[in-house]
Design a protein around this ligand. Structure first.
Ligand code: NAG
Ligand code: NAG
Ligand code: NAG
Ligand code: NAG
Length: 312
């Protein structure tokens, strides 16, 4: 083989692999996040809340330039200490929903690899530090459960409220909530997705409704290893919020199914911890990805014209 032919082949292979997904849109300002969630308020401001001690808050008017606003709990959240096992331990993977002038924020308190986990609810009308009320514990798990109460996501369907959540063990679950106070009507759970491969690594569930279908997005494999992270974003679809969900090849999500939406590409490593909203332009996905210097906010649009989400 001529050197030039080899070079062309390598060059085209490189281009093909890099062209699988577009890069996140270029951002400016403070974009260091892990497990971001996004809301848009009545004034048109975008709000991102993310994992961290006391939970971090960032805003942007244009989805491009991001400014840190401070913390959800500037004075701490001692009611979470029983799950973080330390004073002012990191709170994880918040989930924001903005309804009629109110931010509803579900978030997790746990410690790495532990099933002693709790999901809490906070509310605010301004979103700013110091404005949040503690609405209490939503659900919790211990080693007596076969699932783990982390990574909450609120979905509202025809006026009914549900919370998907879960990680590892027996996977992703769904609770029924009372839409008046955002708390469970019962602790009975419905199973939505489970895998046995890779130690059952499935978490960060998000249910997104589009064109009368429900899309269950999850993150697979390993987060939190810097550039060694193998996180990737998967999806399945159902005509009902409570499932059954199947992937694009028909494999049930309860049997390890999940169609790849976004994985490592080029310098964008381990994308996951996603959230999806609809704004005036259409479906919008936020996630984190790793570089050698940290984890950062990724933003892309999704195109559902084939019936399955494509990152654009
Ligand atoms: C980003 O927003 C901040 C706060 O509003 C502002 O001070 C800064 O000039 C903006 N930067 C750019 C590049 O627009
Ligand atoms: C829902 O919450 C409201 C407000 O706290 C309460 O009045 C109502 O009884 C609850 N309904 C159910 C079914 O739990
Ligand atoms: C990634 O893995 C390499 C090889 O095991 C290790 O040397 C390095 O410290 C790891 N980096 C991170 C950020 O975990
Ligand atoms: C979505 O993708 C389809 C197929 O590539 C394209 O025709 C359509 O214009 C795209 N829609 C948007 C809103 O970008």
């Amino acid at each position: 083989m001529h050197f030039f032919t080899l070079f062309s082949l390598l060059f085209s292979l490189t281009c093909v692999s890099n062209a699988q997904w577009p890069d996140p849109r270029p951002l400016t300002g403070d974009t260091a996040v892990h497990d971001p969630t996004i809301c848009k308020d009545n004034s048109g401001t975008y709000w991102v809340f993310a994992t961290g001690t006391r939970l971090t808050i960032k805003t942007s008017k244009d989805l491009t330039n991001w400014t840190s606003e401070g913390l959800v709990w500037p004075a701490g959240a001692p009611w979470t200490d029983q799950f973080t096992l330390t004073s002012n331990g990191a709170l994880w993977a918040p989930d924001c929903t903005y309804i009629d002038g109110v931010f509803w924020l579900y978030y997790t308190a746990s410690s790495f690899g532990s099933q002693d986990s709790g999901i809490f609810l906070a509310k605010s009308t301004s979103g700013l530090p110091g404005s949040w009320s503690n609405e209490g514990l939503v659900t919790s798990t211990s080693t007596a459960n076969d699932y783990n109460a982390i990574d909450p996501n609120l979905i509202i369907d025809q006026g009914k409220w549900y919370l998907s959540f879960g990680s590892f063990w027996s996977g992703i679950k769904l609770l029924n909530l009372n839409g008046s106070n955002g708390l469970p009507t019962s602790q009975a759970v419905t199973a939505l997705a489970e895998r046995t491969a890779d130690n059952g690594a499935i978490e960060a569930s998000v249910i997104y409704s589009y064109n009368s279908q429900f899309y269950l997005f999850t993150s697979w494999d390993n987060c939190c290893q810097g550039v060694n992270s193998t996180y990737n974003i998967r999806v399945g679809r159902s005509s009902s919020v409570s499932g059954p969900y199947v992937d694009a090849t028909g494999v049930p999500l309860l049997s390890g199914g999940g169609t790849l939406v976004l994985g490592t590409h080029g310098s964008i490593v381990g994308p996951g911890g996603q959230d999806i909203i609809t704004d005036e332009v259409g479906p919008l996905m936020v996630y984190h990805y790793y570089t050698p210097t940290g984890s950062f906010l990724g933003i892309n649009r999704l195109n559902f014209s084939t019936g399955w989400p494509v990152v654009v």
